[in-house]
Design a protein around this ligand. Structure first.
Ligand SMILES: C[S@@+](CC[C@H](N)C(=O)[O-])C[C@H]1O[C@@H](n2cnc3c(N)ncnc32)[C@H](O)[C@@H]1O
Length: 377
């Protein structure tokens, strides 16, 4: 295997990009769920030492700080709310470093911080077992799975998580390691069976073209994850030589969660030597590039919206939930642009009326959340 890092190691730009996404996403996730639920659970299953070699924050500290420093901090730190942070780290030295980092700071009193020196599989499985035995439900949970390689998070465990309502997962899928160390070595194939929950990946052994093989394996994983009842989206992080660094696989059943993740991807889209691209469309190597693609995305979306809603009166909120949230890349601003295209650029116009509830006035070229859109037949 590759050189083993020590207790801490240098942070790489592609890791920083991932941390940015985590930061933005949690900035949305905590308040969305805390407005409805009293208790939230954040799990970092491969927590690491809590810092990088030059003192940069590791993912557990990032999550704690997002919740502590949030503009809605008062709500998140209300004594009636409990934010549970479960940090699991197998390596003892890294675990001790993580504990030290956590203890350096005094956290809000309603944070329940539970570091555990164990494997993700053991620790999280016993959390789920307790819940399952009592026929209870896990608090709404976000589980971050960020291992070095493709082992330690078997599908059998992910399936049990997916059975919990309002659970979601963000997985760093290390394709390179899977391809280099696991696929080639028959002694390690049982790990892939565990990862995929079956031998569905086997077909990849017959594929010689590297790109097709990668697509096959990643699509198979996404299919397996979606088979658990979530909807999934995978983002492929590559460097300037188009070499794959990792996939971020996100899965949720909540439309707001999916929308928040895409907003995070747009905000954190790295501009330097790294970029996210699409598993299904390698021809579009820079997925989240406002300059290059915003107009194109909005025009395509306009067409899509018109085709699915022609002749209907439809609340904007429904378009957001049905069309935008699950769209591969589009977010709110593409919807606004798409609606402008349909109302003002199309001849004849494809949106014939936009009305707000209660007869409220609407400014031209704006689409408030309470508006109802009438599309031409
Ligand atoms: C990529 S690092 C995590 C980095 C961290 N999430 C961050 O962003 O700062 C992976 C960590 O998982 C730990 N680890 C490896 N196997 C594990 C397992 N089965 N369960 C829990 N932790 C494990 C490693 O010791 C390592 O610290």
């Amino acid at each position: 295997m590759s050189d083993k890092p020590g207790t801490t190691w240098g942070i790489e730009p592609h890791t920083e990009a991932k941390h940015e996404i985590l930061r933005y996403y949690l900035g949305a996730w905590f308040p969305i769920l805390a407005s409805v639920h009293r208790r939230l659970l954040y799990v970092d299953g491969f927590a690491g030492p809590g810092e990088y070699s030059k003192g940069e924050d590791g993912s557990p500290i990032i999550a704690l700080k997002v919740a502590r420093d949030h503009v809605l901090g008062k709500k998140l730190q209300h004594p009636n709310r409990e934010l549970v942070f479960f940090f699991i780290e197998e390596d003892q030295a890294r675990f001790q470093n993580l504990e030290r980092k956590i203890n350096e700071i005094q956290w809000p009193r309603n944070f329940s911080i539970r570091p555990q020196n164990d494997t993700f599989e053991e620790a999280f499985s016993s959390v789920l077992a307790k819940i399952e035995e009592q026929n209870k439900q896990l608090a709404p949970s976000f589980v971050f799975i960020d291992p070095f390689g493709p082992t330690g998070f078997p599908l059998s465990l992910i399936r049990r998580l997916a059975q919990q309502p309002r659970s979601e997962v963000l997985i760093t899928f290390n394709y390179q390691s899977l391809n280099q160390w696991f696929l080639q070595d028959p002694r390690k194939h049982r790990h892939l069976d565990e990862l995929y929950g079956s031998d569905i990946w086997h077909q990849a052994l017959q594929i010689s073209d590297p790109g097709r093989k990668e697509n096959h394996l990643m699509e198979a994983y996404q299919k397996v994850i979606e088979g658990l009842g979530w909807k999934g989206r995978s983002f492929r992080m590559v460097n300037k030589h188009n070499q794959i660094q990792y996939y971020l696989c996100f899965a949720t059943s909540n439309w707001q969660g999916m929308l928040a993740m895409k907003r995070a991807m747009w905000k954190a889209a790295p501009t330097g030597d790294f970029r996210y691209s699409d598993l299904t469309n390698p021809q579009q190597p820079r997925l989240f590039d406002k300059e290059l693609y915003d107009t194109e995305y909005s025009k395509d979306l306009a067409n899509q919206i018109y085709q699915s809603h022609r002749g209907q009166n439809i609340p904007k909120q429904e378009i957001l939930e049905q069309d935008i949230a699950w769209h591969p890349v589009c977010i709110d601003r593409h919807l606004t642009e798409a609606l402008k295209v349909l109302e003002y650029e199309a001849t004849p116009p494809k949106i014939t009326k936009v009305e707000r509830s209660g007869g409220k006035k609407r400014r031209r070229r704006t689409y408030p959340d309470d508006c109802i859109i009438t599309s031409a037949p």
